[in-house]
Write a protein that binds this ligand. Structure first.
Ligand code: TXA
Ligand code: MG
Length: 353
């Protein structure tokens, strides 16, 4: 398949291009486009055939449900059974934006889109390109992250091209995304709402609006037995080709430990790599070191994380180490993605004595 790549202005996208993307979607084709979180791979969410094509293009297991993206609040009522008052409050506060909510689905939503579930995930993104494409494409666009299943989510159009060229109809290039981590997911099908995936909007911000919300147990516990409720969260994800270990502790402990491990790796004929805060990049020796952002700028760290993981796939490093980034507001989301990339391999130097 020939994949058309078209560049647009992210604030004022060319209407002709938006219409072209919309037409492809309405005819059952696939278009990748930027959102404020990561690039999405869009298809008509009410068309079972489109959803099947999405799974095929990504190589994604078909039990892993898709998020339907809408462009206005009226659209929500048509695809869900009911909207709980607390969900309405969150929508008023955070939509359009990086928040996904899960509801009981209406009969209009095919099981192909929900991975066979009775519930449906819905998000109204804030990116002008995403909103225009959703409107032109019929209003209900199923869009997972536009990566091959298992790879880091794409934060630039080039990442989408790497993974999906030849497999989809069109890629709309709107430049680098703003947030860089996927949306926060809140499940409203339970008594007490549950966060299934942490993101830019954190637990505290949600509780300020609607009171108590729980974190899904599967997110907090790394035992195999406790399955995360969002099917997508159970898969090893974002995994770089080299085994990644996260090292936690005081800054001096961490640099000393990682340097010793890198020296050992070099002695064994391996090529080590390190993911570090900009401030500590120069503290490492004998490894490929990549700065992810300033330690006090968590938004920059979040924005760069997936790109840095992808860059390490281009290097022929055999073993990777990363500092931990337990930052104040987005730390939970950043560490959730990093832990998945590391297959939960973490060394805590503070508690290892
Ligand atoms: O920021 C985002 O949410 C991006 C952009 C493109 O909007 N999309 C995204 O989609 O990250 P995806 O498919 O890569 O991740 C969706 C996650 C998966 O872990 C999936 O299992 C979960 O949401 N999910 C979707 N529908 C669900 C449902 N009905 N019940 C439980 N989990 C659900
Ligand atoms: Mg994804």
């Amino acid at each position: 398949m020939d994949t058309k790549v078209v560049t647009v202005d992210q604030e004022k996208p060319d209407l002709q291009v938006m219409r072209m993307a919309g037409e492809i979607l309405r005819k059952g084709g696939l278009v990748a486009f930027p959102t404020e979180t990561v690039y999405g791979l869009g298809g008509d969410g009410l068309n079972a055939g489109s959803s099947k094509k999405i799974y095929a293009a990504k190589g994604r297991p078909s039990d892993n449900p898709l998020i339907i993206h809408i462009a206005d609040l009226e659209s929500l009522e048509k695809i869900v059974k009911s909207v709980p008052p607390k969900a309405k409050l969150l929508a008023e506060k955070f939509w359009p934006g990086p928040l996904t909510m899960i509801f009981s689905k209406s009969s209009r939503v095919p099981y192909e889109t929900t991975g066979g579930l009775e519930s449906v995930a819905v998000r109204m993104p804030s990116h002008p390109v995403a909103l225009a494409i959703i409107r032109e494409g019929g209003g209900y666009i199923a869009a997972p992250s536009a990566n091959t299943s298992g790879r880091p989510s794409p934060t630039r159009a080039e990442h989408v091209c790497e993974d999906l060229t030849g497999k989809i109809d069109m890629i709309v290039d709107g430049g680098a995304v703003g947030i860089g981590l996927e949306s926060t997911i809140v499940d409203f099908t339970e008594e007490v709402p549950v966060i299934l995936r942490p993101g830019y909007i954190n637990q505290e911000m949600i509780q300020e609006v609607i009171g108590p919300v729980r974190m899904d147990r599967g997110l907090l516990i790394t035992e195999e037995k406790v399955r995360p409720k969002a099917p997508g969260m159970k898969y090893r994800h974002y995994a770089p080709k080299a085994q990644l270990t996260i090292v936690q502790g005081s800054s001096s402990q961490v640099t000393a430990y990682i340097n010793a491990q890198c020296e050992k790796a070099v002695r064994e004929g391996k090529k080590p790599g390190v993911i570090a805060a900009d401030e500590t990049v120069s503290a490492y020796r004998g490894a490929v070191v990549k700065g992810i952002g300033a330690r006090n700028d968590e938004e920059e760290i979040a924005r760069n994380l997936f790109a840095v993981l992808r860059e390490f796939d281009e290097e022929d490093t055999d073993i990777l180490f990363s500092e931990a980034f337990d930052t104040p507001r987005m730390g939970q989301a950043i560490m959730n993605r990093l832990l998945k990339a590391a297959g939960h391999h973490i060394i805590d130097l503070d508690s290892s004595f």
